[in-house]
Design a protein around this ligand. Structure first.
Ligand code: ZN
Length: 417
C-alpha cells in the first residue's frame, strides 16, 4: 500500500479529522500536506455529504440534503516545485471503497446511494418530470452493484473520483465569480437557481481561522461546477489507470479531490448523483514545467482515460432531438435532445414493469454512454443514450414476445415532505 498521507477516521466527522479538508475553492486555503514529484501516496476521501445520507428506505435525507456543505474535499496537496504555468500530471494508481471487513454505516462500506434532489432543494436534469426527492441504495459485491429498490438489474462499477482539481489563482477566482454572478442576475429568483454564488454558511477551509477565514469564506467558489481547474467534472472514465494533466494556477498547485463514485452513467443525470461513496484513491504526481503554454492547456485539464472498463459489447440506444415535450422546436439544443433521449429510454423501460423513477435511477447509476450524435443538422441536434443490455437479467430488446415484466418490488423511496 502506498504511504497513507491523508487518513480519515471513519468514526469522526470531516471537521474532526487529523487533517481538515475544504468544501470551497480559493487560492488562500492552505495546503495541509506536501508531496514531491514522483511520489505515490494514498488519500482517503469522504462521501460528498460527509455521511448525511444513510442506508435506509426513506428519501427524507435527500429532501433535506445539506447542499451548503458540499463537496467535502481531501487536500489541498501542495506539490513541491509546482508553479503557475506548469502542468500537473496526476495518475490514478488505484481507487476503491473504504477498506473494511464488513459493511458499515458510511457510504463506501459495502454500499452507496443514488439520489434525486427535490426541485425545491437542488433540482436536476429531469426536475420537471421528477420534482420530488428520491433515493436508491446500491449494494456492492466485488465490482458489482445491485439494489433492493431496482430489481432485475446488476452492473459492473467503474470506480472513479467525480471531483479533482487544482486551486484557482485570485484572478481566475474573480473571473468565475463575475461570470456566474452575471448569470444568476438574469433570473435571480429561479428555482432551482441558475448557479451557486459564494456562501460563507457551512464553509470548511482547512486550517484557516479568524479574519482570514471570514474573508476567504465570503470570496470562495462553490464546488458544484466543473471549471478551468478541473473540479466537479463527473467523468465516469476517470478510472484506475487514468492520467490527468491539470493546469497549475498557484505555487504548489494545491490539488484536491473527493466525491468518489462506485459507478456513473454519462451525464450523471440524477445529480445526487452517480453511486456516491467514500473510499481511498492512490495517486502519483509529476510536473511538466511550463506545460500550459507548451501544450496550450489553459481552458481545462486534459486526460487519458484508464483502461479499466466493464466489458459490455451490446447496447440498446435511444435518441432524442431538440424539440420540447410541448412540441416547440429549439435550435440545436443538445441539452434538450439528451433530455429527450433519456425520457425516451425511461418510457421504454416502464413497459417492462419499472416505475419511471426506477428507470431514471438506472440511467444515473449504470455505465450508460451518452453521445452527441449530431450537432449540425439544423434545427435538430441528435443526442443518444446507449444502455448495455447485459445489465438486465431479462432480454430488454424489442421482440415479438413482448416486454418481460419485472416485479418492481418495494420500489424507490420517495420523500414524504
Ligand atoms: Zn458525486
Amino acid at each position: 500500500m502506498p504511504k497513507a498521507v491523508y487518513p480519515l477516521d471513519s468514526t469522526k466527522s470531516f471537521t474532526d479529522q487529523q487533517y481538515v479538508g475544504h468544501n470551497r475553492w480559493h487560492p488562500d486555503v492552505p495546503a495541509n500536506v506536501t508531496v514531491r514529484p514522483g511520489d505515490v501516496f494514498r488519500v482517503d476521501c469522504r462521501e460528498w455529504f460527509d455521511g448525511a445520507i444513510v442506508n435506509d428506505d426513506s428519501a427524507d435525507d435527500i429532501l433535506n440534503a445539506p447542499l451548503s456543505t458540499v463537496h467535502v474535499l481531501s487536500g489541498p496537496f501542495a506539490v513541491e516545485g509546482a508553479e503557475p504555468g506548469d502542468l500537473l500530471i496526476v495518475d490514478i494508481v488505484d481507487v476503491g471503497q473504504i477498506p473494511q471487513e464488513d459493511s458499515g454505516p458510511l457510504a463506501g462500506q459495502g454500499w452507496g446511494y443514488t439520489g434525486v434532489f427535490a426541485k425545491s432543494n437542488g433540482g436536476g436534469f429531469l426536475t420537471d418530470q421528477f420534482p420530488d426527492a428520491y433515493k436508491v441504495i446500491w449494494d456492492f459485491r466485488g465490482q458489482t452493484a445491485t439494489s433492493r429498490h431496482v430489481p432485475g438489474v446488476s452492473f459492473t462499477g467503474i470506480v472513479h473520483p467525480g471531483l479533482m482539481g487544482t486551486a484557482p489563482s485570485a484572478e481566475l477566482l474573480a473571473r468565475w465569480t463575475a461570470r456566474e454572478t452575471a448569470l444568476i442576475a438574469t433570473d435571480p429568483d429561479r428555482v432551482p437557481p441558475l448557479a451557486l454564488p459564494p456562501l460563507p454558511d457551512d464553509a470548511i477551509l482547512g486550517t484557516l481561522s479568524g479574519a482570514d477565514f471570514d474573508r476567504v469564506a465570503a470570496e470562495a467558489a462553490r464546488t458544484a461546477p466543473p471549471r478551468e481547474n478541473g473540479g466537479n467534472q463527473d467523468i465516469k472514465n476517470f478510472t484506475k489507470g487514468t492520467r490527468v494533466f491539470y493546469p497549475v494556477f498557484v505555487p504548489g498547485a494545491n490539488l484536491s479531490m473527493g466525491d468518489l463514485h462506485f459507478s456513473q452513467g454519462d451525464g450523471e443525470i440524477t445529480f445526487c448523483g452517480a453511486i456516491e461513496m467514500g473510499g481511498f484513491i492512490d495517486l502519483h504526481v509529476d510536473l511538466i514545467k511550463g506545460g500550459m503554454t507548451t501544450y496550450g492547456v489553459s481552458e481545462n485539464a486534459i486526460f487519458m482515460p484508464g483502461n479499466v472498463d466493464p466489458q459490455y459489447s451490446e447496447w440498446l440506444a435511444f435518441s432524442g432531438t431538440s424539440v420540447t415535450l410541448d412540441g416547440e422546436q429549439k435550435y440545436l439544443d443538445s441539452h434538450l435532445s439528451y433530455q429527450r433521449a433519456c425520457l425516451h429510454a425511461i418510457d421504454y423501460l416502464t413497459k417492462f414493469g419499472y416505475s419511471a423513477i426506477q428507470a431514471y435511477m438506472i440511467l444515473g447509476a449504470a455505465p450508460i454512454e451518452g453521445r452527441l450524435s449530431g450537432v449540425v443538422d439544423i434545427p435538430n441536434s441528435c443526442s443518444t443514450v446507449y444502455i448495455p443490455t447485459a445489465i438486465f437479467d431479462f432480454p430488454v430488446a424489442p421482440s415479438s414476445d413482448g416486454p418481460h415484466q419485472v416485479d418492481p418490488g418495494m420500489g424507490v423511496p420517495m420523500s414524504q415532505g
